[in-house]
Write a protein that binds this ligand. Structure first.
Ligand code: SAH
Length: 258
């Protein structure tokens, strides 16, 4: 996959091109990266690419012509690329869209700065607007890197088998189960016995139950439109019964835990 970022700060992408699994994948040729700096296309010797907003008000706006030139430059390198603008006004990014983007041969990710970009760039290009949440950060670079990392870890070979993305939260519509490693005891909390017992069927059942419990208590919305397997329905029934018991008799249950 060929990913290009249109950014005033190409250097910050080192966070993703020089560290961790995304860097290793880049070295192994599983993806390619190119940054296009709109400043290269400024129409003035000082390299200004922003100006004051028509109508007044605070902040500066990124001008359309250098942005368009940067988009055209990136498009010329990889014409089939999907063009994305990171924007708090876009659709909040979710796993389903990440996995769709992972099917693309190329992505061009436009990163805004200041108050944002001239609206006409959005009108005259086929752009998908994507947000990383209902809050505002100072530039599109961090959101772009979040999107890139999320997409890249779904590409075949980027994560080793042992770190398979398939088991992560959202991949199968549920939150991940809790994880433990050495030592067995930490501040009086002991690793659940079942995980140490070596019975893989029991472990799988325990993990699924934990995933369901977490999803039910933290993100019930994810369960709402899920088609449950018979095993999942059974486990959810168990969970609800246990929660009901806990509610009816909190003291007894707390005592029996300690
Ligand atoms: N005035 C704009 C915010 C500009 S913030 C507004 O209120 O909508 C500057 C840049 O940061 C934006 O152009 C965008 O590229 C990026 N950005 C800020 N918050 C973001 C978010 N939640 N998701 C994706 N990109 C974001």
């Amino acid at each position: 996959m060929y990913i290009q970022a249109i950014t005033l700060f190409p250097e910050v992408f080192a966070a993703i091109t020089e560290f961790g699994v995304t860097a290793r994948a880049l070295q192994r040729g599983l993806w390619q990266f190119n940054a296009v700096n709109p400043r290269t296309f400024a129409d003035n010797p000082l390299g200004y690419i922003d100006d004051r907003p028509f109508g007044g008000g605070p902040g500066m706006i990124m001008m359309a012509p250098p942005l368009q030139a940067a988009i055209d430059d990136a498009k010329a390198r990889q014409p089939q690329s999907r063009l994305i603008y990171m924007s708090p006004q876009g659709t909040p990014l979710q796993h389903v869209q990440v996995s769709q983007l992972a099917q693309e041969s190329g992505l061009i990710v436009l990163c805004g700065r200041y108050e944002g970009i001239d609206e006409r760039v959005l009108q005259s290009n086929d752009i998908t607007e994507i947000a990383v949440g209902d809050f505002v950060v100072s530039g599109g670079e961090l959101p772009a890197m979040m999107l890139m990392d999320a997409v890249l870890r779904l590409l075949p070979g980027v994560l080793g088998d042992s770190q398979s993305a398939a088991q992560d939260s959202f991949a199968d519509g549920l939150l991940d189960c809790p994880h433990y490693t050495r030592p067995i005891e930490f501040q009086n909390a002991v690793v659940p016995e079942i995980l140490r017992g070596g019975n893989h069927a029991l472990i799988a059942r325990w993990r699924l139950k934990q995933s369901l419990m977490r999803t039910l208590t933290r993100r019930a919305d994810l369960l709402a439109d899920r088609r449950l397997t018979p095993e999942e329905s059974g486990l959810l029934r168990e969970i609800r019964e246990e929660m009901q018991k806990e509610q009816d008799n909190p003291m007894i249950n707390r005592k029996s835990e300690s």
